[in-house]
Write a protein that binds this ligand. Structure first.
Ligand code: FAD
Ligand code: NAD
Length: 479
């Protein structure tokens, strides 16, 4: 099915729908949307969709990064009507003039790298950025784990630490520091990354650098009393016990306050209520303390009076309309709809908007046809019976279409990989909940994530990567 991308020609009779972002929310919307009904324009600095659930596996080379990326142009090629894509960042939104400003911040720029795009309808799906809480040193010295580039950087740094630790005459303290991998944030991102790292150590590093491998250590730091706060107590205990067996050191009730190029400084709450300052030397530091609001969203919040109390993103109503606006919708991590910032929520929201917009277009088509028929009826009495019949049937359909229920999230469960071929799952099971952990859950985790992959191509690549790293070990070349 390698047909060329259809040509984009804006139709002045149709509304222009601008979609920001190519993440879980926006891509789910694009998948569902009948693009024939609108002039669709997509703007994102990333010209691909990223399957984030398998991103932690890219940090150690269990999965190669391109296996979880899907080019947006490939996705758009399959749409009925052409969609315009601009690889650019939206830098500001003007809700009064109904235009957005876009900037090409990529390495190569042409004579024009900044322009404006008008919209009739706007969907904001720009996600979130990494929270640092203004803690000094975090941005300068740690790696995040959100984008492909982050995973690549981590993969390089792990091996750089190991190779530097193996350098001739390295001091003992320095070997310990370099081989110490510290993860801050015990949410699912931090936990999954720590698990992957320990697997890498057990399955590959141990064999490849046996002389220094006993010094390899993973520490997970969490401010709260336990990791995975959103999972059930049973699974928290299971994860913490598994980590203990795997020799991953979990430091809970430990709040990082400052980061230098070689150390993490944290405040530990002691059982007697006192506080203690600790300094932890590290070779690699991965920062996974959750989400913060992107500047473009912050800026828009200041322009809409009804959003004055919004702190964590754009407050939306039950149809995902940004409160205080009529033609702006928001999905995913940048929207506050009362759900957790997950891929599951973002994709269901995107899917909902796709259906909503398809319905809105149908409604408009039906309404204009009804108008056309009724004016005809007044002019030509002869045809009126037929026209009345059609109007009746159109009105019936309209009532059905217009009866769009508000967005309701349906939780399919939470899954997380915790290393050594074990996973934890909180899933809805018929009418009850099932909390499970272990190797069977791991197989379930693998098949669930495989089935969720964007395309067959992604699915095949991921399976091949799993087989490849099992058969030959992970590729530790530092490129
Ligand atoms: P994103 O998917 O982050 O997409 C945002 C898009 O907007 C990107 O294309 C970005 O380039 C673009 N963008 C950014 N700024 C601009 C701008 N100014 N203008 C235009 N475009 C812009 N959730 C789960 O449910 N299950 C999981 O297993 C899971 N695993 C995860 C693992 C990791 C390592 C991470 C980091 C997250 C994970 N999540 C998981 C959470 C999930 O990835 C997010 O909730 C989800 O990506 C949110 O979707 P989104 O569409 O809001 O944003
Ligand atoms: P998170 O917000 O879930 O967890 C961040 C953790 O960092 C919190 O437990 C917080 O207490 C801790 N923290 C914050 N500041 C700290 C400090 N200074 N020192 C020590 N600890 C500190 O973040 P996340 O794990 O990146 O997840 C973000 C979102 O993505 C969540 O909604 C999550 O459910 C979703 N996600 C889901 C999966 C999955 O389902 N497998 C995987 C990754 C992410």
């Amino acid at each position: 099915d390698r047909h060329p991308e259809p040509q984009f020609e804006p139709d002045p009779t149709k509304k222009t729908l601008v979609i920001l972002g190519t993440g879980w929310g926006s891509v789910a919307l694009l998948k569902k949307l009948d693009t024939e009904n609108y002039n669709v324009v997509v703007v994102s600095p990333r010209n691909y969709f990223l399957f984030t659930p398998l991103l932690p596996s890219c940090t150690t080379g269990t999965i190669e990064h391109r296996s979880i990326m899907e080019p947006v142009r490939t996705i758009l090629r399959h749409k009925k009507a052409a969609v315009k894509f601009y690889e650019a960042e939206a830098s500001s939104i003007d809700p009064d003039r109904k235009v957005i400003k876009i900037v090409d911040n990529s390495e190569i720029q042409g004579a024009t790298s900044e322009t404006e795009i008008p919209y009739d309808m706007l969907v904001i799906g720009v996600g979130a950025e990494n929270a640092t809480f203004g803690i000094p040193g975090v941005r300068e010295h740690s790696c995040f784990l959100k984008e492909i580039g982050d995973a690549q950087q981590i993969r390089k740094k792990i091996m750089d630490c190991v190779e530097t630790a193996a350098f001739k005459g390295q001091t003992s303290d320095e070997i310990d520091r370099l081989m110490h991998m510290v993860v801050v944030g015990g949410g699912p991102t931090g936990v999954e990354f720590a698990g992957e790292l320990q697997d890498f150590f057990e399955e590959d590093i141990k064999k490849l650098v046996p002389e220094i491998s006993p010094r390899f250590k993973v520490t997970l730091i969490e401010a709260l009393p336990n990791v995975l706060p959103s999972f059930s107590k049973q699974l928290i205990d299971y994860t913490e016990n598994t980590f203990r067996e795997e020799k991953i050191d979990i430091k809970t009730k430990t709040m990082v306050k400052r980061v230098t190029d070689t150390t993490v400084e944290a405040e530990v709450s002691r059982p007697d209520g006192g506080k203690e300052r600790v300094v932890i030397p590290y070779g690699l530091l991965v920062w996974a303390t959750g989400n913060a609001v992107r500047p473009i969203v912050k800026d828009l919040i200041t322009k809409i009076p009804a959003q004055k109390d919004s702190r964590r993103g754009l407050a939306v109503n039950e149809y995902l309309v940004v409160q205080g606006t009529r033609d702006i919708w928001a999905v995913g991590d940048c929207a506050v709809a009362g759900y957790a910032p997950t891929a599951q929520v973002a994709s269901q929201e995107g899917n909902f908007l796709g259906r909503l917009f398809n319905n809105m277009a149908k409604t408009e088509n039906h309404e204009s046809r009804i108008q056309e028929l009724s004016s005809k009826m007044n002019l030509q009495a002869g045809d009126s019976a037929e026209a009345a019949h059609e109007i009746e049937s159109l009105e019936k359909q309209l009532r059905r279409i217009k009866d769009i229920k508000p967005f309701r999230y349906s939780h399919q469960g939470s899954l997380a990989y915790i290393g050594s071929e074990k996973a934890v799952a909180d899933v809805s099971w018929w009418n009850g909940n099932l909390a499970t952990g272990g190797s069977l859950t791991y197989l379930f985790w693998r098949s669930a994530y495989l089935s969720m992959c964007f395309s067959t191509r992604n699915r095949v690549l991921v399976i091949l990567d799993w087989l490849k790293s099992k058969a030959f070990g992970r590729d530790v070349s530092r490129e």
